[in-house]
Design a protein around this ligand. Structure first.
Ligand code: ZN
Length: 429
């Protein structure tokens, strides 16, 4: 333990509040600034107000608590290191890699054409999708869909898709219409399909579901909410999708996430126009697809309402842009849950002296609601920006360096699950 004296004029703009003044912090900090710092920050007092040139005077003198600078999915925070004239803004990115919008491609029924044509086309663009399978029908390989015999891919193909990074979701045991089924039947269709998929595809965590025929009932959705992290609901054409309002950063009902239908009769330009609009609202676009045809496999053998490979490739090429984060349905839902449960709370105020000569630093504690359930091994993207030097930032996560990516003057990094403390260092002259 040793005494560290920080006596800086700081401007703190956090959570929409503005305080301006002199801090006097004279506290015992251990080398890593942990427990000592918590007590110290909690006792920081605004000891003297002084005018900050060009800025409004604060309306009240208040005690600054650690919680006064927090960063959440809803609120970014700015810190001004006034002595070195550096302002740093920190925010939790709405989507992975700070993409403007998230897009999930979902394929229902597990028809053979999806395995033969869609998966390779996706992989040509480095994309992964969600395949909602019907385990009760997969052993037979043929599904009599109201008189049409469709070819389904089998378990080896399902395991291969899982190994290649695609998501396997459930689509009931029998492909029944659950909008009029009783609670017991709904529970069986959902939980049994989840368990069979997990039992026969080693390592698969089946956390998502799609409603057959896009139909559900209020009661059925309450069952789905108990079993799955997210369920994909009905789909609409681009025009209807827009009419109902573009989806935003989190679904209104995670048991009935609306989707945009891609049907061969729709103009692909209408889909790409919706995707374009999604970037302006920062939304999550879930696309619902069925068959994909190469024009050789007989139409009756492929999935319902098949897109041509050309139509699919048109959409994939459009989405192959860093404005979009294209990821499986469950992975995006996981990001939403993780993002909304994460808080960064300042532990050490911005400082630029003592052992930090030549660089400004700030330390944040990372906390997450303990009850959330997500796949382990994920991360949340954080963006820091300032006037030109953010890309020189060095970031430590629990004292281990994190990879920092630079994009348009902003620094991006991913905080992996389990990290407790983040240190930011910015060099200055
Ligand atoms: Zn279906």
């Amino acid at each position: 333990m040793r005494n560290l004296r920080i006596d800086h004029r700081l401007l703190l703009i956090a959570n929409g509040r503005l305080s301006c003044g002199w801090f006097s912090l004279n506290a015992g900090l251990d080398r890593h600034g942990k427990t000592g710092a918590v007590a110290a920050i909690a006792s920081v007092l605004l000891v003297m107000l002084s005018g900050c040139a060009g800025l409004p005077r604060p309306v009240a003198v208040t005690q600054i608590k650690p919680a006064d600078i927090i960063v959440t999915a809803e609120e970014s925070a700015s810190l001004l290191f006034s002595e070195i004239g550096t302002e740093l803004t920190i925010e939790i990115a709405r989507w992975h890699n700070a993409a403007d919008a998230a897009v999930s491609l979902t394929f229902d029924d597990g028809t053979l054409d999806q395995y033969l044509f869609a998966a390779p086309a996706l992989e040509e663009h480095g994309m992964r999708a969600t395949f909602f399978l019907i385990p009760g029908l997969m052993d037979g390989g043929i599904w009599n869909d109201s008189g049409t015999e469709r070819l389904l891919f089998g378990w080896d193909a399902a395991r291969s898709l899982h190994r290649r990074g695609h998501e396997i979701g459930a689509h009931t045991m029998t492909h029944g219409d659950l909008s009029r089924a009783d609670r017991e039947r709904v529970f069986w269709e959902l939980s049994e399909s989840q368990q069979q998929l997990q039992a026969r595809i080693p390592g698969a965590r089946v956390s998502t579901f799609a409603w057959p025929y896009w139909r559900s009932s209020h009661e059925a959705r309450t069952v789905a909410a108990e079993i799955f992290a997210a369920s994909r609901a009905g789909a609409a054409s681009a025009a209807r999708f827009r009419e109902h309002g573009l989806p935003e950063a989190r679904p209104i009902d995670r048991s009935a996430v609306n989707a945009l239908a891609l049907l061969p009769t729709h103009d692909p330009a209408s889909w790409t126009a919706v995707a374009d609009d999604l970037t302006s609202v920062g939304g999550w676009g879930v696309l619902s697809l069925h068959g994909v045809t190469d024009g050789v496999l007989a139409d009756h053998a492929v999935g319902w309402q098949p897109l041509s490979l050309h139509q699919l490739r048109t959409v994939l090429s459009f989405l192959n842009d860093e404005r979009y984060w294209v990821a499986p349905f469950g992975e995006v839902m996981d990001y939403i849950v993780r993002r909304d449960a994460t808080t960064l709370t300042i532990l050490s105020p911005p400082s630029a002296g003592g052992e930090n000569a030549g660089r400004a630093s700030a330390r944040f504690v990372v906390s997450r609601s303990p009850e959330i359930q997500v796949r382990p091994g994920g991360s949340v993207t954080v963006v820091i920006s300032n006037h030109g030097t953010a890309c020189a930032a060095v970031v430590l996560a629990d004292e281990q360096p994190l990879a920092v990516r630079c994009r348009e003057g902003q620094a991006l990094f991913d905080i992996p699950d389990g990290v407790a403390v983040i240190d930011l260092f910015l060099p200055y002259r």
